[in-house]
Design a binder for this molecule. Structure first.
Ligand code: TMP
Length: 197
């Protein structure tokens, strides 16, 4: 079977980490996330959790540098015949940094990176995302604010239209349902995808 590069996306609170891990286990693939656990990823997470003041260009470049370093690892798994599931990737940059920057400029920065075979967008409203985040923990990260999430949500929809024109495979999944229902739908879509390639 061809190894697949699968990405999960969604606003904060949509469950990308939980669902991507479940699916990865189910299909026996590698699992990883962005921001990564590298030195650059750790710097990014510190900025997000402590709301450190930062120039948006610097933050964007950190996400891009983290992703550039990640390419070798993703390639290595795919070349070894193993699929990889990622919790967030290029669409997160287009949506979150898309609040500040033009989509064409953001896309160009990501253009030479490996294109995923399939992206699952876990669709929930910004209100539901915020409620889930408030219940999960005490301190909220940089983007975990209702007005910001509303903008990110709009940017996600906008950037998926853009990416579809660039030939990306994107599936919208209603993520208001139970984890089991979401898992079932994702696995069905993956089966359909395998049969189609
Ligand atoms: P998470 O661990 O909850 O997924 O948090 C990562 C945060 O980083 C989330 O708010 C989305 C944000 N992010 C960006 O702003 N740009 C990016 O390119 C990536 C990968 C994540």
């Amino acid at each position: 079977m061809k190894p697949l590069f699968i990405v999960f996306e969604g606003i904060d609170g949509s469950g990308t980490t939980t669902i991507s891990k479940l699916i990865s286990k189910e299909i026996n693939s590698e699992w990883d996330k962005e921001p990564t656990d590298s030195e650059i990823g750790i710097i990014i997470r510190g900025i997000l959790s402590e709301h450190k003041p930062i120039n948006p260009i610097t933050l964007l470049q950190l996400f891009i540098a983290d992703r550039a370093n990640h390419q070798d690892k993703i390639n290595k798994f795919l070349k070894s015949g193993k699929s990889i599931v990622l919790d967030r990737y290029i669409p997160s940059t287009l949506a979150y940094q898309g609040i500040t920057f033009e989509i064409n400029d953001l896309y160009n920065l990501n253009k030479n990176f490996i294109k995923p075979d399939i992206v699952f967008y876990l669709d929930i409203s910004p209100e539901v995302g915020m409620e889930r985040k408030k219940k999960q923990k005490g301190t909220l990260e940089l983007y975990e604010d209702i007005d910001v999430l509303k903008k990110v949500y709009e940017k996600h929809i906008f950037s998926f239209q853009f990416l579809q024109k660039e030939g990306w495979n994107i599936y919208f999944i209603d993520a208001n349902r139970s984890i089991d229902e979401i898992k079932k739908e994702v696995l069905n879509k993956l089966k359909e995808f395998y049969n189609a390639i």
